[in-house]
Design a protein around this ligand. Sequence first.
Ligand SMILES: Cc1cc2nc3c(=O)[nH]c(=O)nc-3n(C[C@H](O)[C@H](O)[C@H](O)COP(=O)(O)OP(=O)(O)OC[C@H]3O[C@@H](n4cnc5c(N)ncnc54)[C@H](O)[C@@H]3O)c2cc1C
Length: 453
Amino acid sequence: MSKFHVAICGGGIGGLAAAVALSKYEDIEVSVFEAAREFSEVGAGIGVWPRVWKILAHLGLDDDLARISATKPTHDEVDTFIFRKADQPVGLDFYKLRSKGTLLRYHRPDVLQVLIDNLPARCKTHFNRRLMTYTQDTKQGTVELLFTDGTTETCNLLIGSDGIKSAVRKTMLMDKSKDAASHGRLKEAEEHLQLIEPTWTGIVAYRALIPTERLQAYKDAHPEMNIRIPQTKSTPIMYMGQHVNVVVYPISSGKLINVGAFHAKPHLEGTTFPGLWVETIPNDELLAAHEGWEPELQAILQCIDRPSRWAIHMAQPLKSWVDGNVCLLGDSAHATSPQQASGAGQAIEDAFLLATLLGHRLTRLENINEVLNIYSDLRIPVATECQMRSLANGHYFGLQLEGLDSTREFDRLHEIGDAVVDNWNWTWTTTLDADLDEAVSRLEASQRSRAHL
Ligand SMILES: Cc1cc2nc3c(=O)[nH]c(=O)nc-3n(C[C@H](O)[C@H](O)[C@H](O)COP(=O)(O)OP(=O)(O)OC[C@H]3O[C@@H](n4cnc5c(N)ncnc54)[C@H](O)[C@@H]3O)c2cc1C
């Protein structure tokens, strides 16, 4: 007999991490509703920091993940990135970023497959089910889900892990707005509505995978260029220029090279992106954007067929990710720019902390809302700080540091590296453990005080 039924809407990394984590508790019934006809991930690389690796290990996914990556986890201090000024004819290495523990690098679909493989049979998965909206009966503790095909489902708790254009977030904020308006709080009602849509960061990311053998063939045809082929054992290079950075690293045991080129236009931050958020484009646009850059980077870009161009949007921070028995998780709650390589990591942290609370013996149908509020209160500061740090990293990667003219003061470029380390080292020096302990102690305290009433 289950204590309640959780519906997870959205089967990306966040939703499936939640499904795996919740399925560890036999008294929780779990269903996943995915809009697409199958679980799928974009063909691109993804980095996982030690902080997140520890959670994946708690979930028992470490062996499966270790099998699919040539980079192996370590607790040692390692070289993680070489920062290289590359927007000039001869590039200049100026910093070696070292971290305690590796930034593990994967092909995204492989990570998703590991999550799928670890879903137990009793976790029910449903495809072609795009949530449109939901209604709640808070007295009964039920949430009714309405899908775009007209079908409905009932659950006790809805987790909205439906990504940056989340339908759950939209319904939640519209409900809060209606409620505020009905109590005469018109300003608050308007504020809720303003928080529905993500905002454009002014950044576009060009993403592509290159078969390593293609770059090798290019190198063989141009021996005079001394192109370095990224190897699984070599340190990834971040090629940097004014407001631009290009991350290049091998994945899939070195068979593919992941390229992510990030172009920021800070003056456009907060404006509306004029076009599709994700689009496949001719490679000419990417090549033109790197005219004058060093030959090695140009050679790598030459090997791309058709990159995809992503307008990078951020979810606006909310005061709460909860309404009644509904909560947000992952990008629906806190989509971020990717410059901390931590958006999916944050979704996994959400999933693990939420599952720890929901699986606790003190959590019952009657106190779900209280438990969700503990989750939301603990996770919002972390996720929001990650969003801010990500924007800051974006500035540094684009060679922007207050008081430094990176077009001339080459001997001071290492200061940018130091700023990045200060801003990024939480991903390898901290863990989620303290927040997990705090979550459980808040739950226990709330139940103790309830018992005294
Ligand atoms: C260029 C780039 C590089 C990045 N690099 C990294 C990195 O190195 N490390 C890292 O940790 N993060 C990285 N991220 C961030 C990471 O990709 C996201 O934060 C993460 O994928 C979010 O996972 P999610 O499950 O919350 O959302 P999504 O991955 O968006 O999944 C949402 C799922 O919900 C489904 N869905 C949507 N609407 C509905 C609906 N109405 N009903 C039902 N289902 C629905 C979708 O089909 C999808 O399957 C990067 C992001 C970008 C753009």
